[in-house]
Write a protein that binds this ligand. Structure first.
Ligand SMILES: C[S@@+](CC[C@H](N)C(=O)[O-])C[C@H]1O[C@@H](n2cnc3c(N)ncnc32)[C@H](O)[C@@H]1O
Length: 309
């Protein structure tokens, strides 16, 4: 069994939101190292059940191993949470969890190519069976595409300059490693006293594109509502403002007492309907000071919870 340790964030808050109970049925779309999943099974003993998935094969193997102390009570598959509603029965779950982003083992394994802090192939695939890698994007995308990703998904203020530098650098040979890219970013946009490494935003943007993270999230949220039973709860932990905005907009649209057929909210065109969900906590729940101090990776986490009506 490979070393795979990920400290679950906002664990008490997730349990408080999903309220696991004996006989309950739960789904964890980002099972990772099974920290949350094990706690849900523990709290729903002796017969609560859990469907789990993760895009990462190593995570799935670890999760199955860690959950083996709950025999017959879980089913864990490798796959995208965007497809949960294709195999989990509709209207069945009391709680669904999506804990987005990358796991500590993914970040800490240089061969996975997620981190600019160590040298590895420019990969960043959560599912290593997927063909598209970060190197493909960096070596094939146009300067305009790169600049748009760096700006929209990374919030990088020097997006255009960095995109042009990437395109120029690859003319003398492909950019294939995390170190090559991180050094290039540092040359063009030096640290100058900044706390975060200049490559942080660029790596984040590429990771989101490689894994189509926003597309999966949109589909995953809709799928989660299908598999929840009325009264069941959806808990989503995000680590990025774009993800959080998507979750907020999704919840807002489901909680409305009308639909907007034109795609935009024109009051005269609103069609009344019963809301499909309600917010359990309107405000995002953040980790407390103690958790942030103990687990620095929790600092950007935000939890939102809604209930299917
Ligand atoms: C923050 S970790 C989850 C940790 C987990 N809650 C735990 O307690 O160990 C995020 C996990 O989500 C997985 N992941 C990210 N996007 C996914 C997607 N669209 N479908 C399935 N798994 C995904 C990653 O591979 C990673 O293992």
């Amino acid at each position: 069994m490979p070393e795979f340790f990920h400290k679950p964030v906002l664990l008490a808050e997730v349990l408080n939101a999903l309220r696991p109970r004996p006989g309950g049925i739960y789904a964890d779309g980002t099972v990772g190292g099974a920290g949350h999943a094990a706690a849900i099974l523990e709290a729903s003993s002796p017969d609560g059940r859990l469907y789990g998935c993760d895009r990462d094969r190593a995570a799935v193997e670890t999760a199955k191993h860690r959950l083996s102390r709950f025999p017959g009570r879980f089913e864990v598959r490798q796959g995208n949470f965007a497809d949960l509603a294709e195999w989990v029965p509709w209207d069945s779950c009391d709680g669904v969890l999506l804990d987005l982003g990358v796991s500590s083992p993914q970040l800490d394994t240089p061969e996975r190519g997620f981190s600019f802090l160590s040298d590895g192939p420019l990969d960043m695939r959560m599912d290593p069976a997927q063909p598209l890698t970060a190197a493909d994007l960096v070596n094939r995308a146009t300067a305009e595409e790169l600049a748009r990703w760096f700006w929209e998904l990374g919030g990088e203020p020097e997006s255009r300059r960095l995109a042009r530098a990437v395109v120029q650098a690859r003319q003398s040979g492909p950019i294939t490693t995390t170190r090559q890219l991180a050094e290039l970013v540092e040359r063009v946009s030096p640290r100058r006293g900044r706390k975060t490494h200049p490559a942080t935003r660029i790596f984040q943007a590429l990771r989101i594109v490689v894994n189509d993270e926003l597309g999966s999230l949109e589909k995953g949220l809709s799928g989660a509502m299908k598999i929840l039973r009325p009264g069941g709860r959806l808990a989503v932990i995000t680590f990025h403002s774009l993800e959080d905005r998507l979750v907020k907009e999704f919840g807002r649209a489901r909680a409305r007492e009308y639909t907007c057929p034109a795609g935009v909210d024109v009051p005269e065109l609103r069609q009344p309907r019963a809301p499909e969900a309600r917010w359990v906590s309107r405000k995002a729940i953040m980790p407390g000071a103690a958790e942030q101090a103990e687990n620095p990776r929790s600092r950007s986490a935000q939890l939102r919870v809604m209930e299917k009506l």
